[in-house]
Ligand binder design. Sequence first.
Ligand SMILES: Cc1cc2nc3c(=O)[nH]c(=O)nc-3n(C[C@H](O)[C@H](O)[C@H](O)COP(=O)(O)OP(=O)(O)OC[C@H]3O[C@@H](n4cnc5c(N)ncnc54)[C@H](O)[C@@H]3O)c2cc1C
Ligand code: SF4
Length: 332
Amino acid sequence: MRPFRYAYAADRPAALKAANDAGGSAHYLAGGTTLIDLMKLDVMRPRTVVDINALAREHSEIRVTPDALHLGALARMADVADDPAVRHAYPMIAESLDLAASPQIRNMASLGGNVLQRTRCPYFRDTGWAHCNKREPGSGCAARQSVNRKLAILGVSDHCIANYPGDFAVALAALRASVDLEGPQGRRVIPFEALHRLPGETPHIETTLKPGELITGFSVPAAPWLRRSLYLKVRDRASYEFAIASAAVALDLDGRVVRQARIGLGGVAAKPWPAPEAEAALVGQPLTPAVALAAAEAAFAQAVAPGGLAFKPELGRRTLVRAILAAGVMEV
Ligand SMILES: Cc1cc2nc3c(=O)[nH]c(=O)nc-3n(C[C@H](O)[C@H](O)[C@H](O)COP(=O)(O)OP(=O)(O)OC[C@H]3O[C@@H](n4cnc5c(N)ncnc54)[C@H](O)[C@@H]3O)c2cc1C
Ligand code: SF4
């Protein structure tokens, strides 16, 4: 690991000042389960690390109100996953966290750090590979011609086919959550969908955060489809593994007819992926296997899946069909 400066921030103003003083080269340290890993691998090389764990005092809320679920960015994954009110009113959110990583990591990791975790593309994480546009802009993409079955088929570019690996962010994208931010220029709230960028020609720029900007929290609006919501994760082993394909599905039914739907896809896309085409294919339709399949086909209509990724659209479609039908028979 390279030498770096460690700064402890006692509160939010101190964190923003420390990041500002470092001139945009600082990284915030929450649970450290992504950042420290990648520093040890020499993939991330921050000159300054600003420890924000003391901000948990003001930014670790887990609050269900009639209008929304409010979550502080420093809330730990395990605390949110285990919260009875979240489990009851926002089951998709609880499941997306419960199915992620391991109990030890969930105890340590924060929500803010979770949504900012970086791709598990092996060519990005191993500096022995010279060609990675995300790690070394302009160097090429080793994954395109290599073993890449865990990478993305939606939202990719010629410059990068890395997938977004997280689970919680897929639920936030499906439920049209918002993110609270605070930076040197003040506070702002953006739709969660606007936080992550597609790779395009600049895969090394992954988010729309401004230099020094801090995530302080998330809000998920209350809605009739939340009680009938779930997160289905398909992976190589039953636990402690990232998704190869996942689906976050929330349904509001009128009898067996879909009144409204919210859908997100994980493991298959360059960023947490809402699927409005699939939602539109469900609305007004009776919830049958044929309708669920039509929605899944709509979700993957734009998939790009050469070589080792050829199996993935089918896996993604089957995962989504299973999730839609399972949500349809949930007892609410
Ligand atoms: C073996 C292993 C298996 C895993 N499996 C899964 C899985 O199945 N599903 C899944 O979703 N995740 C998985 N993860 C990822 C894990 O959930 C993340 O590493 C964790 O959530 C990151 O949170 P953290 O608080 O530790 O972040 P940190 O490592 O502290 O930070 C991560 C990044 O976010 C930045 N950051 C942190 N907080 C803020 C903030 N408030 N504002 C602005 N920037 C911030 C940091 O500067 C850093 O760049 C796994 C990780 C490991 C090591
Ligand atoms: S897919 Fe993206 S992260 Fe992986 S090697 Fe190519 S450029 Fe790097």
